[in-house]
Design a protein around this ligand. Structure first.
Ligand SMILES: O=c1[nH]cnc2c1ncn2[C@H]1C[C@H](O)[C@@H](CO)O1
Ligand SMILES: [Zn+2]
Length: 387
């Protein structure tokens, strides 16, 4: 049953959280496979390295193995998902199911990322990888629509920061920018792999007026965020959660921002926050202690994301359920995060605006009106009883 929170907003039920229009900017294709699909694809391709052959047990294995407190060990689990994503058919299936699963969870717009260079072992070219994933996303969008859900999915092409193919992948992203690819990213182990090693790729994208985000401020702190913004020119920060290291909260509750934190807030740099993932890699100790609470209060351009649904056993709804439970967030807070994310998307301004005005805001208005009607019904019910 819906209730009214102390802030005066409406505290959403789990069902309302699922139905609320959500916007996702940070989700890895190879971190979101259905366990049953991994088992199927391993059987079809002859991959014998899976730690479990039963889908339920495999799902648990991923969550536990990723729960190590270290980003490096978390990333090791991707060897199994990447291993079964080496053919055109596998990529189409995984991408289609990704779009379907997100739509089923009430996501209306998503940017899903993957590293094309990790899907070449079966003989595909970089172009064939991108085209297979695009085809899968379009198929998933169609199937979602047939099931009464509308979603738009754009791809972000990731380059691995320990490798040396960033410029090549940036060029690929640019070539497909009008065909399903909306931007570029770098990911992988952060410590020891500064983003400035890939300056040529970022400078190329800037010259092309293209968009990119950089994983920064997750396993490594402020220097990584500073480089991503001030040397590389990132439009958004993948995680960026360690910006908290530049924010001081005094005993009396007063807050002082350092120069970098002030810059991030003043320039409205979007933070792609991924709370559950951060708990697993050790970037935060608990939901209650996660910096998202403070960053939201201080009006940073904070967004809520899944990162890797398989490894964290999560979804957008689950992330929001925990935020609602921990911080008492209301439908207004959910709308604020969703509008923030939509404003920060890499699609053109007019399309972002249309999503905000025609999809996101009406969706929340409808959920809030459900609450109003429930209130009216219960009030008139009780007065009828009294009268
Ligand atoms: O949270 C992350 N930080 C850094 N790298 C990550 C994270 N989640 C996934 N990756 C890596 C592993 C994947 O194979 C790759 C492309 O999606 O991106
Ligand atoms: Zn990530």
């Amino acid at each position: 049953m819906t209730s009214q929170s102390i802030q005066g907003g409406v505290t959403p039920t789990p069902d309302q959280i699922r139905r609320a229009p959500k916007v996702l900017l940070h989700d890895h294709l190879d971190g979101g496979l259905r366990p049953g699909t991994i088992v199927d694809l391993a059987r079809e391709s002859g991959y014998s390295g899976l730690p479990e052959s039963d889908a339920d047990k495999l799902g648990i294995w991923f969550r536990e193995a990723a729960d190590s407190g270290s980003l490096e060990r978390y990333l090791e689990t991707f060897s199994h998902t990447v291993a079964v994503m080496q053919t055109r058919a596998a990529l189409v299936r995984v991408a289609a199911e990704c779009a379907e699963d997100l739509a089923e969870d009430g996501v209306v717009y998503a940017e899903v990322r993957y590293a094309p260079e990790q899907h070449l072992d079966g003989g595909l070219s970089l172009e064939e990888v991108v085209e297979a994933v695009n085809e899968g996303f379009r198929e998933g969008e169609r199937r979602a629509r047939a099931n009464g859900h509308r979603i738009r999915v754009g791809a972000l092409l990731t380059a691995m920061r320990h490798a040396a193919r960033a410029l090549e992948i940036a060029e690929l992203a640019n070539r497909y920018r009008d065909s399903g690819v909306v931007g570029f990213d770098i990911a992988g182990a952060e410590a020891g792999h500064p983003p400035t090693r890939h300056l040529d790729a970022f400078e190329y994208l800037k010259r092309e007026n293209n968009h990119f985000t950089i994983h920064a401020g997750e396993a490594f702190g402020l220097p990584s965020i500073w480089q991503a913004l001030q040397w590389c020119g990132a439009d958004r920060l993948g995680h960026g959660v360690r910006i908290i290291d530049d924010i001081e909260v005094a005993d009396d509750g007063s807050v002082t921002l350092g120069r970098l934190a002030a810059y991030v807030r003043d320039k409205r740099i979007p933070l792609e926050l991924c709370p559950s993932s951060n708990l697993q890699t050790g970037a935060a100790a608990s939901f209650a202690e996660h910096p998202i609470g403070l960053l939201r209060r201080l009006h940073f351009r904070a967004t809520v994301n899944t990162d890797n649904r398989l490894m964290s056993g999560t979804s957008m709804s689950r992330e929001f359920e925990q935020l609602v439970e921990t911080f008492g967030y209301t439908l207004d807070d959910m709308q604020w995060f969703s509008v923030n994310a939509m404003k920060s998307a890499f699609i053109p301004f007019d399309e972002r605006l249309a999503m905000i005005n025609d999809v996101v805001k009406p969706g929340y208005a409808e959920l809030k009106s459900e609450w109003l009607f429930q209130q009216t019904a219960s009030t008139s019910g009780s007065s009828a009883g009294q009268g």
